[in-house]
Design a protein around this ligand. Structure first.
Ligand code: PTJ
Length: 268
């Protein structure tokens, strides 16, 4: 689905090639009509936080990703919520993760339109999904005390789920889902967002790394006993894990300040 015209201008040796290619995937999704314009803004905010963690999966994120996989594998009714940005950035990987942890996929949009819902279903189906919930009349259950368009969910999906993975979520719905007694797993590069602070398990990582990591962990952890998986989940403390992410950022900035932050250019 990525058009060459958008990526061909990127020099192969550009130091920020990967980041530029990721942006183009969102621009393509926007032009194809399924990424919200606000999704482009959200991505820019994410990029900023990604700089602070060194654009890599830090150890607290890897821990949270393993715990999240354990929670999904032990859930009775796990659901993965998909929005425009996730569909543009990791369509195949999110379908693969759902298959490995036996979760349902549900489209759920903050900026909801029927057209975007249907386009995202198409993207997911082209990536191998068999069933995608949450479109049109299927989203007939309502999350109480929530007023955004995200309140309408599938009765067979998010409404009855015990564990919900919500990449790039808004804080209101995270809080509402927690009030319903659900385990909420958030992926959010901003450790200070309301979503990050309200979720049960917060993964402070870029969705482009977090989901492939989780696919790898799900493959490795599938053979673990239920007791082992439950003890991984029980041993996790989200507050402590978020503190570890903030301390990583603090220490990294301190190191950069002490060691020097300017790039070294070739002398002529
Ligand atoms: O497709 P829709 O209609 O459901 O809309 C999706 C967006 C993302 C536009 C919507 O959910 C939204 O407005 O989200 P927010 O409130 O802007 O929050 C997005 C959060 O995701 C911010 O805290 C960003 O730092 C974070 N973020 C952005 N890009 C990434 C990310 N986190 C992880 N990986 C990213 N690639």
């Amino acid at each position: 689905m990525v058009r060459d015209s958008h990526t061909s201008w990127i020099p192969p040796n550009h130091p920020r090639k990967e980041s530029l290619l990721i942006r183009e995937r969102l621009v393509d999704g926007f032009e194809e009509g399924y990424v919200a314009a606000q999704g482009l803004i959200a991505h820019g905010r994410g990029e900023c936080f990604d700089y602070l963690i060194g654009e890599s999966s830090i150890s607290s994120a890897l821990t949270a990703e393993r715990v999240a996989v354990a929670a999904l594998l032990t859930a009775k009714h796990p659901v993965i919520s998909v929005n425009g940005n996730t569909a543009a950035l990791v369509p195949k990987q999110i379908v693969e993760l759902a298959r490995l942890v036996n979760a349902k996929l549900e489209v759920n949009l903050f900026y909801r339109t029927r057209e975007r819902e249907e386009l995202i279903v198409r993207v997911l189906k082209e990536s191998g999904a068999e069933e995608v919930l949450g479109v049109g009349d299927d989203a007939s259950c309502v999350i109480p005390e929530l007023f955004s368009e995200r309140r309408r969910v599938s009765c067979r999906g998010i409404y009855t789920a015990d564990v919900v993975l919500v990449p790039l979520e808004d804080g209101d719905r995270t809080e509402a889902l927690r009030r319903m007694g659900k385990t909420v797993i958030a992926i959010d590069l901003n450790p200070l967002s309301r979503t990050s602070r309200a979720a049960s398990i917060t993964i402070v990582d870029n969705v482009v790394r977090a989901i492939p990591n989780m696919v790898r962990f799900a493959d490795e952890m599938r053979t673990m006993s239920r007791d082992e998986l439950i003890s991984i989940v029980k041993g996790f403390n989200n507050e402590e894990n978020l503190r570890a992410a903030l301390m990583f950022i603090r220490d990294r900035l301190t190191e950069l300040i002490n060691k020097g932050i300017t790039l070294e250019f070739h002398k002529v």
